[in-house]
Design a protein around this ligand. Structure first.
Ligand SMILES: [Zn+2]
Length: 568
C-alpha cells in the first residue's frame, strides 16, 4: 500500500513537472510569435493586437467564408455593418491583398487592418469549426462576459423571447445563450436531452422543469463538447457517465456550475446545476415561517447548546434553512465550523471543511476533528449513520450548538429515524431543541395574481382542514372563505404564473408531552398526536393558510403536499 502510494506521488510529481515545462515552452513560443507580429505591424505602420487577449465573436468571423479566409491568411475580428476590422499576418502578402481588394470592390466593404500573429489568427479561425476551439476553452473557467449578459438581458425578458433568440443565434453561441438564459430566469438546473432528430432544452425554475425549446440535432455535438471541455471531461468518451464542474465569471461574482453527462439512446444527456450564491443568502424572516413559527425558531436558535434538525427530501430547502441560521448566528465572537459534502457556498467568518471526497477526509474523521477544535456551533451536512448520530448528539449535550439535516418526510418521523440510528431514547429530549420539516412551494407572481371564487366543494374541504388545526391563539384561521388566488402568467414571471419560492413548515419542539411519549411506548402517530396537542400545525395546513393569504395557489399546495382531505 505504502509503496503504491509513493509510486503514485512520484508519477504525479513527474507529470506536474512535465506539464510546467510544456506550458513554459508554450508561453515562450507565444511570446516570440507575438513579438514577430509587433515588428511587422511597426514596419507597416499598422496596429498590432494580441488575439489571445480579446474575445472574438463567431458570427463576425463567419462574415467571410472559411476557405477564402484561410487562403488569404486573414480574419474579420470586428464589424459594424459594412465596416470590417480585419486581422492579417502580413499586409504585403499577395493572397491577402487580393482578397481585400475583392471585398472592397465586390462587397462594398470598408475595412481597416490590424496585424496579428499566426497563432492569433488560428484562434480567430477556430470559430469556423467548433472542434478546433479546444485551445480557447482549455481553461476550466468560462468567461461569460458581463456585456454578453447585459446584451442578452436587453433582448430577453422571458422564456418566449429566449426561444426566439435561440432560433436566431449562430450555433457556436448557443451555449452562451443557454447559460445566460438560465441565469436570467433564475433556473437551478439546465437539462439538455438528445432526441431522435432534435435536442430538448429544459430549465428547472423554482423546482419545476419547464420546456424551453427544441434545438436542431446538429447543435448537440457543439454544446456537448463545450460542456466537456469546460468541465475537463474526456472528450472522446461517450459511453460512460462523467461529471465535473466549471465557473462562470461575471463582473462581481462567480457562479459555480456542476455538470454531468449521461449516455442515452440518442446521444449523451447533459445536466448543469447552477449554484448561485444569492439563492442561499436568505434571511431568516424570508424563509416563509408564519409569525408563530418564526418566534419559536428564533427562541430555539438563540439557545447556546443543543441540536437543530431540518428534515425533508432532497430539494426541500432544508440546507438553505440551515445556512440562514448560520448567517444569523455568525458573529466574530462565535466560532462556527461546517462539514459539507461538497461545499457549495462560501460564508465569510465560518470555517468550512469539505468531507466525503475520494482520498479526502471521511465524514466521521472530519466530525471528530471538528469537535476537538471546540467550536460554538457545528453544522454537519447530514446525520446519516449511527456513528455520526452519536458524535453529533454528544456534541449537542456537551456545550455545542449542532445544526444538521435528516432524511425523513415529516417532523415527527425524525424521532423513529434517530432511534433507528441507535440513538439512546433518553438523550433525545435533552439533546434536541427543535426539528423542522419543510417543503418548498412556489409563490404566485404578484404581477398577474388574481382572485377567484372557488367551488363550494373546495371551500368545504378547506374548512374541514382548518377545523383540524390545533387551537392556537397565535395562528389565525379565517371564519369564512370567499376567494382564493391564481395567476394568468405574464412576462414578469416567464408566463409561468409563479415567481420565487417559500417554505411550508412543521415545527416540532420537545414539550413535556412529547418527551413522555418518547420515553414510553414510541409510535409515530403517538408522537404526532402529542405534538399537535401542543400546537404543531402540519406542512399542508401551513400551505393552505398561505394559499388563503394569496402567497400561493391551492393547486400548488396540493402539488407539493398531496390531495387535501380530512385526516380522521
Ligand atoms: Zn406574472
Amino acid at each position: 500500500m505504502q509503496t503504491d502510494n509513493k509510486k503514485r506521488i512520484r508519477t504525479e510529481k513527474k507529470e506536474l513537472k512535465e506539464k510546467i515545462q510544456r506550458e513554459t515552452l508554450k508561453r515562450l513560443y507565444h511570446k516570440s510569435e507575438e513579438e514577430k507580429a509587433t515588428a511587422i505591424a511597426n514596419k507597416s505602420g499598422l496596429s498590432y493586437i494580441d488575439l489571445s487577449m480579446i474575445p472574438i465573436n463567431a458570427e463576425t468571423v463567419n462574415s467571410i467564408p472559411e476557405e477564402d479566409a484561410l487562403k488569404a491568411n486573414l480574419a474579420v475580428v470586428h464589424k459594424v455593418g459594412k465596416k470590417f476590422q480585419i486581422a492579417v499576418v502580413d499586409p504585403e502578402n499577395y493572397e491577402t491583398k487580393k482578397l481585400l481588394e475583392k471585398l472592397k470592390k465586390e462587397g462594398g466593404i470598408n475595412y481597416s487592418l490590424v496585424v496579428v500573429s499566426m497563432d492569433g489568427l488560428k484562434r480567430a479561425w477556430s470559430n469556423y469549426n467548433f472542434e478546433t476551439v479546444t485551445e480557447v476553452f482549455e481553461s476550466q473557467e468560462m468567461s461569460l462576459k458581463k456585456e454578453d449578459l447585459t446584451d442578452f438581458e436587453k433582448g430577453i425578458n422571458n422564456i418566449i423571447e429566449l426561444k426566439k433568440r435561440i432560433s436566431e443565434i449562430h450555433t457556436t453561441e448557443i451555449f452562451n445563450i443557454i447559460i445566460a438564459g438560465a441565469i436570467k430566469t433564475k433556473s437551478s438546473d439546465v437539462h439538455i436531452e438528445a432526441g431522435f432528430d432534435y435536442i430538448r432544452l429544459r430549465y428547472r425554475i423554482d423546482g419545476v422543469l419547464q420546456d424551453i425549446t427544441k434545438l436542431p440535432k446538429k447543435t448537440h455535438r457543439i454544446i456537448l463538447s463545450r460542456v466537456k471541455m469546460l468541465s475537463k471531461m474526456k472528450l472522446n468518451v461517450n459511453d460512460i457517465p462523467q461529471d465535473g464542474h466549471f465557473d462562470i465569471n461575471l463582473e462581481n461574482t462567480t457562479i459555480n456550475v456542476r455538470s454531468s453527462v449521461l449516455p442515452s439512446n440518442f446521444g449523451e444527456s447533459i445536466v448543469l446545476r447552477i449554484l448561485c450564491e444569492n439563492s442561499i443568502k436568505i434571511q431568516l424572516d424570508e424563509l416563509g415561517f408564519n409569525q408563530y413559527y418564526l418566534e419559536k425558531v428564533e427562541e430555539q436558535i438563540s439557545k447556546p447548546t443543543g441540536m437543530i434538525l431540518t428534515t425533508g427530501p432532497t430539494g426541500s430547502g432544508k440546507t438553505t434553512t440551515l445556512y440562514s441560521f448560520v448567517h444569523r448566528l455568525n458573529q466574530p465572537s462565535i466560532k462556527i465550523i461546517t462539514l459539507e459534502n461538497p461545499i457549495e457556498y462560501r460564508i465569510d467568518g465560518v470555517s468550512q471543511t469539505e468531507v466525503g471526497k475520494e482520498d479526502g477526509l471521511s465524514f466521521i474523521d472530519g466530525l471528530k476533528a471538528v469537535v476537538r477544535q471546540d467550536p460554538d456551533i457545528i453544522m454537519v451536512g447530514e446525520v446519516r449513520d449511527p456513528e455520526t448520530a452519536e458524535i453529533a448528539m454528544q456534541a449537542a449535550l456537551t456545550g455545542h450548538m449542532v445544526l444538521s439535516t435528516l432524511h425523513t418526510n415529516d417532523a415527527a418521523g425524525a424521532i423513529p429515524r434517530l432511534l433507528h440510528l441507535k440513538v439512546d431514547k433518553h438523550l433525545i429530549s435533552p439533546a434536541i431543541n427543535v426539528i423542522i420539516a419543510q417543503r418548498l412551494i412556489r409563490k404566485l407572481c404578484e404581477h398577474c395574481r388574481e382572485e377567484y371564487f372557488p367551488a363550494q366543494e373546495t371551500v368545504k374541504k378547506i374548512k374541514n382542514i382548518l377545523s383540524e388545526i390545533p387551537k392556537n391563539d397565535e395562528i389565525k384561521t379565517p371564519d369564512d372563505i370567499k376567494v382564493l388566488y391564481r395567476s394568468k402568467g405574464c412576462s414578469k414571471c416567464n408566463f409561468i404564473g409563479y415567481s420565487g419560492r417559500i417554505g411550508i413548515f412543521e415545527i416540532f419542539t420537545m414539550t413535556p408531552n412529547v418527551e413522555k411519549i418518547i420515553l414510553g411506548n414510541i409510535s409515530s402517530s403517538g408522537i404526532l398526536n402529542a405534538a399537535r396537542q401542543d400546537g404543531m400545525i402540519s406542512m399542508q395546513e401551513d400551505g393552505i393558510l398561505k394559499a388563503l393569504s394569496g402567497s400561493t395557489s391551492l393547486e400548488e399546495v396540493i402539488r407539493v403536499t398531496g390531495e387535501i382531505f380530512k385526516k380522521k
